[in-house]
Every structure is written in structure tokens, then in C-alpha cells.
Write a protein that binds this ligand. Structure first.
Ligand code: GLN
Length: 454
């Protein structure tokens, strides 16, 4: 098989299905074909080939790609062509992947359904009346629909895991600091990570091996050795101790989601693991803390979109201040504006102690909840989302119901620990996801359990 044929298959499939799924915002076809041809030459040259040689990959549109349009799903970056590659992209290129195109997302990662993209609504490949999840909905849908083998997403509060669950694919949010954020357009810098979305756990582990590691360009990337994740896929989970938080299978979680987890636990027990109910007592504060902290960070991070440095600038301004105001009024969508206002308020003097500081204190307690459980248990397991995918338009009128969908993924970002979503049955013809959460930098155990279950 030649790389050109693989790439050809990918574009063929996109031509067949993407007018319905609408996962891609930009295609990189000409470049991809040129790259494929040069990789085909290497195939016969006897040169050493990278671990992901010739693999077609899709990239979420908030990860910058040199000379390839990167919009973050926003009008304000509608015509933005970056001048460099994110470190994650460089690492992939070094391993031999070929970028097929850029994938749709909620504007700047703010959303759980892809309905906040300024350009199009991606649909769930399992049923086109349903959302694919978000914010990495394009990344999950493209893999589920067979348009690409792998994709990259980013996860600030669940944006890899929840769409992976809704689309029936595998998605990992690495430990905070595991993968460089250099070139990931910042939404909430202290919470987010780039991570792989794939069909199988093994593919996922291969991708993380390529992505992970210290990067001098990101001071929050960690100097922790990167294990061979693929070597942890032994199938052996005898003696493994699983904690199941009662908060993750209680009120607010649909019976289908709960039952699928209980079924999964039976499978894991058969494989020699044991489980017990545990508690993450501060979970009930996680959503409030997350929306305060992430919006505060967003209000600072998004200050750079001022009509001067990047992207869109209004035509309609008589002076500098008006230019700033109109650029941002015209360039940002409603959800982004809502978060900027919320964040600016939470950080303002007089409110800082009551909101931002309080939320930071809650974050510390949530982190400690996880540490306490991990003293006795190897992994924590629960559903990825409280329900399967919901219908288009079902949650767009009330932002709070949309926010509530992230209740089971957000604590993981607040604690900085790794979490994966793997397919775990169906409800009403729609996939469900099982979430496996591990200790800091222990993606190996997370993968081992996910692979044994798969
Ligand atoms: N849905 C969550 C939000 O809107 C999480 C988004 C994300 O992880 N990028 O903030």
C-alpha cells in the first residue's frame, strides 16, 4: 500500500460524507498529496520511517498549522493563516503524519455541541439529528465517520472526552503538562491539554507517545519521562483497584449511562479487577468553579484579539477605541462574549475574593478529593457524560443546561489528572462512553484498563 492511496481514501470518504457530517472547515488537499508523494519516495529509499508514517490525520481548528487556515471556529480569525506549527503538529510531522484538514469546533472551545461554531454545525455520524458533542465535535465526528484515522482535539473541561463518547470513539485528555500547549490557541491555560482522538486504544497510545514530552516553548510542559504507552497494553488488570464515585452514578446521571458503567464494571471484575464505591465530595462545586476560572482565564487570553495583531478588523470605526470595540462586537459570537463578561466581572476588584479566589480554593479541594481516592485505588471509573448525545437545538436556549453536560469531565481538568473516554455500549442507537481517570502522569494505567475493556 502506498501513502498516496491512503490519502486518496481519506479525501474520497470526505467527498462522500462531509456534506452531511460537516466536520471539516478547511482541507489541505494539495499539500497533503505533495507530502504523500514525497513519503512514497522515502518508502523505497530504505530510509528510516517515523512511527506514524503516512497516517492521515485531522486537526482541531484551534491548533496552529503553518500556512494552513486556523479559525478557532470564530469570525475574528476567519482569515488567519499562522506562520508556525504548534509543537504537537511538529511532533506529528516528525513521526510522518499527513494533515488532511482542519476540524470544526465551538468558537474558541466554548461549548459542548459544536453549535457555537461561527461557520457550521457538525452532525453526529450515528444520527444526523443529534450533536456530535463539543467542543472537539469535528475531531470526533471525522474519526467516527472514517474521514481520517486519527485526529487531535483539545480538552479544557471535557472537549475531547465528551465528543468521543457521543461519537463512539476513543479520546484522551492527558495529564496537565504532558503535552505541549505551544500553538494551542489559549482558552483557559491552566486547564487545557491537546490530546488524541482515535478508533482504538492502541492507536491512541501510539499518538500520545508522539505528542508527549517536555517542550522548551511551553513552560508548563513537564520534565517527566515519556513511557512507551503501547507496552502497557498487556490485557492484564488482575488485582487492579477501581474506585467508582457515588457522585458519578447518582442524581443527574441518566439510567442508561449509569447501567452501562455497571455493566462495564462486571467485565472488568471478570478480568480480575475489584471495585468499590468512593466519594469525591466536592464534585458538586466543580461546575461553578470551572465556569468562573475558565471564563476568568478566557477574558485575559482573548484580550489579544483587538483588530491589530490578528485576524478580523472592523471597517466601521472613527477612532482606536471604537475600532477595538466594534472589532470585538462583530468578531466574537454570543457565547464567547458571555464568558468574557463573566470572567472580567469575576476578576474585577471588589469581586475577586468572592469569586475568583473562592473558585481557586474549591479547585484545591477537588484536587485533594482525587488524591485521597488515588491513595487506595489505581483508577477512577464513571460515565463520560450524564446522557448520550442530545438533539440539535435542544440545549441552545439555556446556557446552563449546556454547561451541566460537562459535570463529569470538568473535575478531571480542575485536578489536572488524565482521563480517557472509551466506547461502552449504546442507548437508543447512540454510543455511550466510559471514563477512566488515572493518577498524575499515569496514562499507562489508564490505557491498560481501557485496552483490557475494549
Ligand atoms: N464545554 C466546556 C466549555 O464550554 C468545555 C470546553 C472545552 O473543554 N474546551 O467550557
Amino acid at each position: 500500500i502506498k501513502v498516496s492511496d491512503l490519502i486518496d481514501e481519506s479525501y474520497k470518504r470526505i467527498n462522500q460524507v462531509d456534506d452531511k457530517i460537516k466536520a471539516f472547515l478547511t482541507l489541505n488537499e494539495e499539500n497533503a498529496r505533495t507530502q504523500a508523494a514525497s513519503l512514497d519516495d522515502k518508502l523505497t529509499s530504505g530510509e528510516e520511517l517515523g512511527a506514524l508514517f503516512g497516517m492521515p490525520i485531522g486537526i482541531k481548528d484551534n491548533i496552529v498549522t503553518k500556512n494552513l487556515r486556523t479559525t478557532c471556529g470564530s469570525r475574528i480569525l476567519e482569515k488567519f493563516d499562522p506562520v508556525y506549527d504548534a509543537t504537537a503538529i511538529q511532533n506529528l510531522h516528525n513521526a510522518g503524519t499527513i494533515t488532511i484538514g482542519k476540524l470544526n469546533m465551538d468558537e474558541f472551545g466554548m461549548g459542548s455541541s459544536n453549535e457555537n461554531s461561527a461557520f457550521q454545525k457538525t452532525l453526529n455520524p450515528w444520527n444526523l439529528e443529534y450533536v456530535p458533542g463539543g467542543s472537539s465535535g469535528g475531531s470526533a465526528a471525522a474519526v467516527a465517520a472514517g474521514e481520517v484515522l486519527f485526529s487531535l482535539g483539545s480538552d479544557t473541561g471535557g472537549s475531547i472526552r465528551q465528543p468521543a463518547a457521543f461519537c463512539g470513539v476513543v479520546g484522551l485528555k492527558p495529564t496537565y503538562g504532558r503535552v505541549s500547549r505551544f500553538g494551542l490557541v489559549a482558552f483557559a491555560s491552566s486547564l487545557e491539554q491537546i490530546g488524541p482522538i482515535t478508533r482504538t486504544v492502541e492507536d491512541n497510545a501510539f499518538l500520545l507517545e508522539t505528542l508527549a514530552g517536555l517542550d522548551p516553548m511551553d513552560s508548563t510542559s513537564a520534565n517527566v519521562p515519556v513511557p512507551k504507552y503501547t507496552e502497557s497494553l498487556t490485557g492484564d488488570i488482575k488485582g487492579l483497584k477501581i474506585g467508582v464515585p457515588k457522585e458519578y452514578i447518582g442524581e443527574g446521571v441518566s439510567p442508561e449511562s449509569r447501567d452501562s458503567v455497571l455493566e462495564a464494571l462486571k467485565v472488568l471484575e471478570k478480568l480480575g479487577a475489584t471495585w468499590e464505591e468512593v466519594s469525591l465530595p466536592h464534585s458538586k462545586y466543580a461546575l461553578s468553579a470551572y465556569y468562573l476560572l475558565s471564563s476568568s482565564e478566557a477574558s485575559a487570553n482573548l484580550a489579544r484579539f483587538d483588530g491589530v495583531r490578528y485576524g478580523y478588523r472592523t471597517d466601521n470605526a472613527k477612532n482606536l477605541i471604537e475600532m477595538y470595540k466594534n472589532t470585538r462586537a462583530e468578531g466574537f459570537g454570543d457565547e464567547v462574549k458571555r464568558r468574557i463578561m463573566l470572567g472580567t466581572f469575576a476578576l474585577s476588584s471588589g469581586y475577586y475574593d468572592a469569586y475568583y479566589k473562592k473558585a481557586q480554593q474549591v479547585r484545591t479541594l477537588i484536587k485533594k478529593d482525587f488524591e485521597d481516592v488515588f491513595e487506595k485505588f489505581d483508577v477512577i471509573i464513571g460515565p463520560t457524560a450524564p446522557t448520550p448525545a442530545f438533539k440539535l437545538g435542544e440545549k441552545t436556549t439555556d446556557p446552563l443546561t449546556m454547561y451541566a453536560n460537562d459535570i463529569l469531565t470538568i473535575p478531571v481538568n480542575l485536578a489536572g489528572v488524565p482521563g480517557i473516554s472509551v466506547p461502552c455500549g449504546f442507548a437508543g442507537g447512540l454510543p455511550l462512553g466510559l471514563q477512566i481517570i488515572g493518577r498524575h502522569f499515569d496514562e499507562s494505567t489508564v490505557y491498560r484498563v481501557a485496552h483490557a475493556f475494549e
